[in-house]
Design a protein around this ligand. Structure first.
Ligand SMILES: Cc1cc2nc3c(=O)[nH]c(=O)nc-3n(C[C@H](O)[C@H](O)[C@H](O)COP(=O)(O)OP(=O)(O)OC[C@H]3O[C@@H](n4cnc5c(N)ncnc54)[C@H](O)[C@@H]3O)c2cc1C
Length: 425
């Protein structure tokens, strides 16, 4: 392949072509072949994929299957819990996306796939045919993992790990909590959606309590011994919240064994903790559709070929976002967006009978530790020809003495631009 063509392929795969002002124009990017591409799941992964498929080849028929009319973004939801913003800022309408980008929206839940016939079966029994299918169903919870914490228990003890009514419930409970009370957050082992998310949540809740209920405390019970951006989080906690916020690692307390939703208490191997507000973040797995369609392995997540995000179980199906195994990339909205662009380029290539471009993927994740202070972590990931997996090409994070105010300004700009890149507004 000549160097210019290879460069254009890399640019397309990284998604950088569009941020450079739409300067990429090759037959490859416009695509040539016909094809019905269906995307299931209208989150950060799915909507990005649908949108970029149309950007790369406007003639392509793209259908998005998603049961809801609007999407609630998890990024920004910790701010809503702490009262720094309203739930409305998290909401995006599919009608706007569908109209603006000529994407057909099917308002339905996909119940299973008829893989031999390349059909998606919907909750009303109807079917949607596809030539290529991109799945981005996000996560589901392992309701059998913690005794006492199932879907029914989550109606009074929120996880708030899918944004929307759960976010509102946790926010309400925090407002109703007496001063001098305890907020307890339990955090699962890796892998799970948004590795630094629980610690951002603890920071912003501590910030709320410091202002409104200063005799209260936040306790984090972790199933891990280390966590994402730990040195910078711990430095910020010492400076901002002192002994208001405490992190307890699994080394100290062992496993989380039981939740008593009625008593709002949890039992570890060594102790019992009572809370005024209890937030259990349960262990997770790929969205149920992936499991019932035979696309997961023993880990509960979907293995993929990171060159194209195609499933090893079915080459007409690609899985992106939280549902796929793309380590060392974390499960984040940024990763899902980056994977969606790589996947869209690979799908266009395969419909044109061409090999996928070599991928280059990025994750960059901000965490607010206070309304105007943030820290971040980044990684760039390339394809390793040695083992066919992704490899970290470069990585970095905010040092403990980093400029948190400047990072918070960047975080606000990122949030605005990122939602616009995915939903168009
Ligand atoms: C508190 C919190 C804060 C976060 N902050 C950040 C952050 O700052 N930065 C960041 O990068 N990431 C952040 N994340 C992570 C981010 O939200 C996820 O990684 C991201 O949403 C993954 O996108 P996805 O497309 O895989 O799944 P989702 O966004 O969950 O979308 C899945 C979609 O699929 C639909 N669906 C599922 N099953 C079906 C079916 N059978 N049929 C039809 N539709 C279906 C669902 O309705 C949903 O709309 C945060 C997460 C949390 C919980």
């Amino acid at each position: 392949m000549n160097p210019r063509r290879r460069f254009l392929r890399l640019l397309a795969a990284s998604g950088l072509g569009w941020s450079l002002g739409g300067c990429v124009s090759s037959r490859y990017l416009r695509g040539t072949g016909p094809g019905r591409v269906v995307v299931v799941g209208g989150g950060f992964g799915g909507v990005t994929a649908a949108r970029y498929l149309k950007l790369m080849n406007p003639a392509l028929s793209v259908t998005l299957v998603e049961p809801r009319d609007t999407y609630f973004s998890c990024p920004g939801s910790n701010e809503a819990i702490a009262g720094l913003s309203g739930l409305g800022t998290l909401e995006r309408s599919y009608a706007t996306v569908s109209r603006a980008f000529d994407i057909k929206k099917v308002n339905a839940q996909a119940t299973h796939l008829d893989r031999p016939r390349r059909r998606i079966v919907l909750s009303d029994g109807s079917e949607v045919p596809y030539d290529r299918l991109i799945l981005s169903p996000g996560i589901d919870f392992r309701w059998d993992a913690i005794e006492g914490y199932d879907e029914a228990a989550s109606r009074t003890v929120p996880h708030a790990w899918k944004a929307g009514p759960q976010t509102a419930m946790l926010a309400r409970q925090l407002r109703a909590m007496p001063d001098g009370g305890r907020v307890l957050i339990t955090v699962p082992a890796n892998p799970y959606r948004c590795p630094p998310g629980p610690y951002e949540r603890a920071s912003l809740i501590a910030c709320y309590l410091k202002k409104h209920k200063p005799r209260s405390k936040v306790l984090i019970l972790d199933a891990k011994t280390r966590f994402s951006k730990q040195p910078a989080f711990e430095q910020a906690w010492r400076e901002l919240y002192g002994d208001m916020l405490e992190w307890i690692s699994s080394e100290k307390q062992g496993r989380l064994e039981r939740v008593d939703a009625a008593a709002r208490s949890v039992e570890t191997e060594f102790d019992t903790f009572r809370a005024d507000v209890l937030n259990v973040i349960p262990p997770q797995k790929a969205g149920a559709l992936a499991e019932v369609s035979g696309l997961t392995d023993g880990s509960g997540w979907c293995p993929v070929d990171p060159m194209s995000f195609a499933s090893p179980f079915d080459s007409a199906i690609h899985v992106i976002g939280d549902a796929c195994q793309a380590a060392p990339m974390p499960k984040s909205a940024f990763s899902a967006n980056s994977q969606a662009k790589v996947c869209a380029a690979a799908v266009i290539a395969s419909l044109a009978g061409e090999p996928p471009p070599e991928p280059l993927l990025i994750n960059h994740c901000y965490s607010l530790v206070a309304p105007d202070e943030a820290i971040s972590i980044s990684g760039v990931y390339g394809y390793s020809w040695n083992d066919g997996q992704l490899a970290t090409r470069s990585a970095g994070e905010t040092p403990p003495d980093g400029d948190r105010k400047r990072e918070a300004a960047y975080a606000r700009i990122w949030q605005r631009n990122f939602r616009a890149d995915v939903f168009g507004y």
